[in-house]
Write a protein that binds this ligand. Structure first.
Ligand code: SAM
Length: 204
């Protein structure tokens, strides 16, 4: 039985097409920051698996959790195409168990959840990083509301940098935490000028 409460149907519908909704290449911010390694990586909410497959190709023992069972099938196809292995667990952030000090890397792109869920469950998720482990992620900033380059059209889901840092930064060294204007070119859903939050934190 899967560990999913709600929300999977819409993501399954999005991932049901022949193509990859956000492309097959990794997110550009993750690609810039993540170096080859042999540790354990968690890639939350990786949809069709583009980031996880690339991270596995760098040498990491890589696990995804995501709501979408269609996403799991697409990730398996991409992993086979690239000749890597990824463990993909259909699961929900709000009810997933996280064991402490497990991962060397947690990396995700566009993992937006309602703010109350973010406040309660992102810190739990990040508690599964080992000391010295890295959290690297990109999300859409609140000023993305009127932009046409992707992201949820809800302030409850978008990120204010100060609020995000207040919730998650305790116990981390901040290598990078900025609001940036970038040019996205991931797919038709994520293309053009965008206002994003880019984070790279190291667990103390
Ligand atoms: C915009 S997609 C991004 C997918 C992937 N990170 C990428 O950049 O290609 C958001 C993903 O978050 C997942 N998701 C949303 N809420 C979730 C939750 N509560 N727990 C786990 N996954 C969730 C969805 O299933 C979807 O795959």
């Amino acid at each position: 039985m899967s560990n999913v409460k709600f929300g999977a149907d819409a993501w399954n519908a999005r991932f049901s097409g022949d193509g990859w909704a956000y492309g097959k290449e990794p997110n550009a911010w993750l690609e810039e920051r993540i170096k080859p390694g042999t540790g354990k990586a968690l890639v939350p909410a990786d949809g069709e698996g583009r980031n996880a497959v690339w991270i596995a190709s760098l040498g990491y023992d890589t696990t995804v959790f995501d709501l979408s069972d269609i996403g799991r099938e697409k990730c398996a196809l991409l992993a086979a195409e690239k000749g890597v292995e990824v463990v993909y667990e259909v699961d929900d952030l709000s009810i997933r168990d996280f064991s402490t000090s497990t991962y060397d890397l947690i990396a995700c792109s566009w993992f937006h959840v309602p703010w109350s869920m973010f406040c309660e469950h992102y810190p739990r998720m990040l508690s599964s990083l080992k000391s010295g482990g890295e959290f690297i992620c990109e999300g859409y900033h609140t000023s993305q509301m009127d932009m046409t380059s992707g992201g949820p059209k809800s302030l409850d889901l978008l990120w204010d940098l100060d609020e995000v840092m207040e919730v998650i930064s305790e116990g981390f060294i901040i290598k990078h935490a900025k609001v940036e204007t970038v040019e996205l070119d991931e797919s038709d859903l994520h293309r053009g000028t965008a206002h994003v939050v880019r984070l790279h934190l190291i667990k103390v």
